[in-house]
Design a protein around this ligand. Structure first.
Ligand code: GLU
Length: 447
């Protein structure tokens, strides 16, 4: 790691103590940017990196609500508006008990580059709360969402900041959040994405992230002379992203052999396809243990309690659960099993140590910033649909998504090549995402 980069990481650590996930993403991104900064000393002079790692604005607020037993509950809400050089802040809201500023900042920082890669006019931001909707009643989730939005509404808007879903925030939460926003501002406008189809949502948005991941993986394999058809794929998670990924993998003739949940993982050598993918949809967001009921319903499947699926032999691995789910031991197991391809579905699912090990051992990695950008890209399409006030057809959305994912792959590959990294999509995605933001920031002066 070069001196300049080390210096920025030190600044970030000092300003954001005790936030390892945020430090991790800064280190991963800035390491790839070294040759770019060498070529563009004007970026260093303009304090561009120092500005990039500091959110333009961050809010933290109390969320008070009453549970079904009449007990007062207090949670924390956050929105980090990271960078608006390319457009309104855009990024999801995560509701999970482990949410704290380090998680929201890592997600917000990644979102800057991801959103830039889509080629659409969206800046980067992220928000959320340490509220966990799992196990709560609909009425409790509604009261929480209404209280959360009662503060958040004054900081967002269709031209300012457009939140969406993430872990723990799906169609139900977006609906309650939208209802409260509309009540407060008395305007029906596209302030959130991932909305229901009856009130401005985009046809195809739900499966967009998963579909995009598979389109990206297909490009990656093709560039290495391989076809996704017939490949055995190990995936993790059971949420929205996993479901869309499994659906599209089956569509393209690949075989999904694993899924995972809080209780362990399922190895289904017959393939997670057909009614099993529909079953995923049923389990999605239930927050319940999903592997035991899956194994009961489909007895050919094997259930490995308390384990992750990274020890199985597969042609392609797609982690879709959460950050840092692939650690060094998992990476070693993958390499020992002859792993050649890893495509990241979840945000930052691989630790930096595991990532380096995989790449040093010849694994081609599709980084999440690029591979899972299809979700936010379709969110931007939803914003434009709302502004035009004209609904779009699913086929149109799918076609746009596919083109965007192909372009993201190609621009990441080209940027890596240009800066001497070879076919390194991790470096390429960081560089291609950064260059556009840097150009816009330079043009907009010292703000
Ligand atoms: N949470 C998603 C992501 O990580 C979607 C964000 C959005 O649609 O704004 O990209």
């Amino acid at each position: 790691m070069g001196k300049i980069v080390e210096q920025y990481i030190e600044i970030a650590k000092k300003r954001n103590p005790g936030e390892p996930e945020f430090h991790q993403t800064i280190e991963e991104v800035l390491t790839s940017l070294e040759p770019v900064l060498e070529k563009h000393p004007e970026y260093v002079e303009a304090g561009l990196i120092e500005r990039l790692i500091e959110p333009e604005r961050g809010i933290s607020f109390r969320v008070t609500w009453v549970d079904d037993n009449g007990k007062v509950q207090v949670n924390r809400g956050y929105r980090y508006q990271f960078n608006s050089a390319l457009g309104p802040y855009k990024g999801g809201l995560r509701f999970a008990s482990n949410v704290y500023p380090g998680i929201i900042k890592f997600l917000g920082f990644e979102q800057i580059f991801k959103n830039s890669l889509t080629g659409l006019s969206i800046g980067g931001g992220k928000g959320g709360s340490d509220f966990d909707p799992n196990g709560k009643s609909d009425a409790e989730v509604m009261r929480f969402c209404q209280s959360f939005m009662t503060e958040l509404y004054r900081h967002i808007g269709p031209e300012t900041d457009v939140p969406a879903g993430d872990i723990g925030v799906g169609a139900r939460e977006i609906g309650y959040l939208y209802g409260q926003y509309k009540r407060l501002v008395n305007r029906f406008e596209g302030v959130l994405t991932g909305k229901g189809l009856s009130y401005g949502g985009l046809n195809g948005r739900t499966e967009a992230t998963g579909f995009g991941i598979v389109f990206f993986a297909r490009n990656m394999l093709k560039a290495c002379g391989e076809d996704i058809k017939g490949k055995k794929v190990a995936i993790s998670g059971f949420g929205n992203v996993t479901w869309g990924t499994a659906w599209k993998l089956n569509d393209l003739g690949a075989k999904v052999i694993t899924i995972s949940g809080p209780d362990g993982y399922i190895l289904d050598e017959d393939g997670v396809s057909g009614e099993k993918v529909d079953y995923l949809l049923e389990l999605r967001g239930s927050g319940k243990n999903i592997c035991a009921p899956y194994a009961e319903k489909f007895p050919n499947a094997k259930f490995f309690p308390g384990e992750k699926p990274w020890g199985v032999k597969a042609d392609l691995y797609i982690p879709c659960a959460t950050q840092n789910e692939i650690r060094i031991d998992d990476a070693k197991a993958m390499v020992a099993n002859g792993c050649k391809f890893l495509c990241e579905g979840a945000n930052m699912p691989t630790t930096n140590e595991a990532l380096t090990y995989l790449m040093d051992n010849g694994v081609t990695v599709g980084p999440s910033k690029a591979a899972n950008a299809g979700g936010v890209a379709c969110s931007a399409i939803e914003m434009s649909q709302n502004a035009r006030k004209m609904p779009m057809q699913k086929e149109e959305v799918y076609a746009q998504l596919e083109t965007i994912m192909n372009t993201i792959h190609d621009s990441a590959a080209a940027a890596a090549e240009e800066y001497g990294f070879g076919y390194n999509l991790v470096a390429g995605a960081n560089i291609a995402g950064f260059l556009k933001v840097a150009e816009a920031m330079m043009a907009q002066g010292l703000v």
